[in-house]
Design a protein around this ligand. Structure first.
Ligand SMILES: [Zn+2]
Length: 139
């Protein structure tokens, strides 16, 4: 349910695990063990310490709710794979030739790869949008 918010938080560089079965209370143990904050839509889960109830279904509103709790210094945008949470590594442009669309290869010079799911990232339109969002939401 909070998959988009989870991706957004990973884009900010925040170590974010995502579970879509909130009825599984095992995540409370994981959160305790790893010192994590739980973001949830479940009223039941939100009663636990370190849990935040996310009420809105709107991503912007969810981001705003989170933004007030995140300090800019904790962020490291575009350092983590939004799909699988793995820290990204820089790759030499030549290494990824043929793996991204030709025009992307031409206009961008810096690329990162997820060592786990192998996705390749670059600072495209998404990047500007996220940058703007960060400035808007987190002061
Ligand atoms: Zn990945």
């Amino acid at each position: 349910m909070l998959g988009r918010l989870a991706k957004w938080m990973r884009l900010l560089g925040l170590d974010t695990l995502y579970y879509n079965q909130p009825e599984d209370l095992g995540i409370i143990h994981i959160a305790k063990r790893e010192g994590r904050v739980i973001l949830t839509r479940s009223k039941e889960l939100s009663g636990f310490e370190n849990a935040i109830l996310i009420c809105s279904e709107n991503l912007n509103e969810q981001m705003e709710q989170m933004g007030s709790r995140i300090s800019k210094s904790a962020l490291n945008p575009f350092s983590r794979c939004p799909e699988c949470n793995t820290p990204l590594i820089k790759v030499d442009k030549k290494e990824i030739e043929g793996e991204v669309p030709e025009y992307i290869y031409k206009v961008h010079s810096r690329f990162k790869r997820c060592p786990d799911c192998k996705r390749i990232y670059w600072r495209g339109t998404h990047y500007k949008e996220i940058k703007r969002k960060i400035d808007e939401i987190i002061s």
